[in-house]
Each structure stands twice: as structure tokens, then as C-alpha cells.
Ligand binder design. Structure first.
Ligand SMILES: Cc1cc2nc3c(=O)[nH]c(=O)nc-3n(C[C@H](O)[C@H](O)[C@H](O)COP(=O)(O)O)c2cc1C
Length: 249
């Protein structure tokens, strides 16, 4: 099979009958993996604005859908921490922990509610946040700082092959495939890819509510982005990125 055919095979749904008939880790009684990647005990957690305190001006859904387009130039204005909090909640926010702590209901759908993603942020211009690399903790709705290295953004832009375009913040989503594989085994890869689209679409629509824009990016360098985020590229790997910034007036 050539590479194109391998890609097409990935799009197919041939394995569901096998999946129904064969044991998965979930069916074998293996405990579910954590809902989010663990963080070191005692690490400083940075408060975000809570969803109930969002003061985002209402926007008609019709207008958000109509206006949405990929934005590749941004103003020099920063995002506020409240705006960033809203974008994080809109893309991965946890609304409820269900099934005895085995799953979450979030602002986006996910096959089997497995929610396999982690959100990393390359922050350049967010009020009250020092530039650096951060990770979102969706269960706590907080951030942790991973690196304040001064060359973080240039390195990220390099990994994005210069598609960072001096944005305010880069969203980089990794997947922890086992979170989905625990339930869906070999059917997981396509589910994870489909899930990622929902996350980024919410980012596009949420940006419209705060005068910001975004551009989805799949054409990043896998090895460089994984290294920058500190993930091994196997059990956790970058799957999608997006640049975000205020619109040029
Ligand atoms: C899965 C996906 C991957 C994309 N990857 C890139 C990318 O690497 N670089 C880029 O400039 N735009 C990227 N885009 C943005 C598309 O080019 C854009 O959506 C398309 O041109 C349609 O424009 P619109 O979003 O303004 O409607 C991507 C979009 C999607 C959905």
C-alpha cells in the first residue's frame, strides 16, 4: 500500500465490528487513565477567570459563523487574561466529571467522552502573564508555567515554519492516544483526529466573540514541536496548532 492509500485507510470505519467483538482495556477492567496529564505536586498553579465570571459581550451565533475566517495577521494588542481564560474554556473547558471520575463532559464533543488532548500555550502577549510556555489544566481551570526561556517564541515559530506570524499566543494541542485507546483500541486514531477539529472550530468561533482571530496549523515540524513541548512523540504527541491574536482594526 502506498502512502496515499495508508492515509485513505485511516479514514475508513472498517474495524468497528472487530472492536465490538474483542476485549479492550476498558472491557478487561483496566483502570481508566487520568482525565488530564498529571502535574508535579506543589507546582504553582495560575488562576484563570472562572467561566461564571466571564464578561464577554454577547455575539449572535450566526454572526460568529458568518465572520469566521482564518486570520494570518494580528494587531500588537495583547489578549487579557479573561479573554485567554474564555478561549481555553471554549476549547477544552470541563463542565462536569462523570462516570465516577472516568470521563469529563466538556464544551466540545469527543468520541466516548475520552477527551484525549492537552493544551499547551506559547504566550507572547497576554496581559499579566509573563511570556513563556504554559499548560492548561482543564479540570482545575488553571495554568502551569513550563518554561520562561526567552527564546521560547522564536523556537515555537521555527517549529511552526514561520507561521507564528507574531501572534499573541499559540495554542498547541497534543494527544495522549491511550486516553482514547483504553476504550476504542485500534479505532482511536481517526476519532482523535475528528475530535481535534471540534476543538479548533470552537476556537475560531470564540475568537469572534473577543475581536480576535485564529488560524489552524497542521503544517508544523512534528519533532521540533514535540521537543519544545517536552513530549515524547509516541505516548503524547502534537496533533494540531493554532495562532491567536487581536484583529487588525
Ligand atoms: C486541518 C487544517 C489544517 C490547516 N493547516 C494550516 C496551516 O498549516 N497553515 C495555514 O496557514 N493554514 C492552515 N489551515 C487554514 C486553512 O488554510 C483555511 O481554513 C482555508 O484556507 C480556508 O480559509 P478560511 O478558514 O478563512 O475559511 C488549516 C485548516 C485546517 C482546517
Amino acid at each position: 500500500m502506498n502512502d496515499v492509500m495508508t492515509g485513505r485507510a485511516f479514514l475508513r470505519c472498517d474495524g468497528w465490528d472487530d472492536w465490538r467483538d474483542n476485549p479492550t482495556d476498558q472491557k478487561k477492567g483496566v483502570p481508566a487513565p487520568p482525565l488530564e496529564k498529571p502535574f508535579p505536586p506543589g507546582v504553582q498553579r495560575i488562576d484563570l477567570v472562572a467561566p461564571q465570571d466571564f464578561a464577554i459581550a454577547p455575539i449572535a451565533l450566526l454572526d460568529a459563523i458568518r465572520r469566521r475566517k482564518s486570520q494570518r495577521a494580528y494587531s500588537a494588542a495583547p489578549l487579557s487574561l479573561a479573554e485567554l481564560s474564555f478561549l481555553l474554556w471554549a476549547t477544552q473547558g470541563v463542565k462536569e466529571i462523570v462516570l465516577g471520575g472516568q470521563a469529563t463532559r466538556r464544551t466540545v464533543p469527543s468520541g466516548g467522552a475520552r477527551h484525549p488532548f492537552e493544551t499547551y500555550l506559547g504566550v507572547q502577549r497576554v496581559e499579566t502573564l509573563a511570556p513563556g510556555l504554559y499548560r492548561y489544566l482543564p479540570v482545575e481551570h488553571k495554568l502551569i508555567l513550563l518554561s520562561d526561556a526567552s527564546d521560547m517564541y522564536p523556537c515555537m515559530n521555527q517549529a511552526l515554519r514561520n507561521q507564528g506570524r507574531d501572534c499573541a499566543v499559540v495554542f498547541a494541542w497534543t494527544a495522549i492516544p491511550y486516553r482514547t485507546e483504553w476504550r476504542y483500541a485500534a479505532m482511536s486514531a481517526k476519532l482523535i483526529a475528528l475530535d481535534a477539529g471540534h476543538v479548533c472550530q470552537n476556537l475560531y468561533l470564540a475568537c469572534e466573540a473577543i475581536g480576535a482571530g485564529t488560524c489552524a496549523i497542521d503544517a508544523y515540524n512534528q519533532t521540533e514541536m514535540d521537543e519544545l513541548l517536552g513530549v515524547d512523540g509516541v505516548d503524547e504527541l502534537t496533533v494540531y496548532c493554532a495562532t491567536v491574536g487581536k484583529k487588525v482594526q
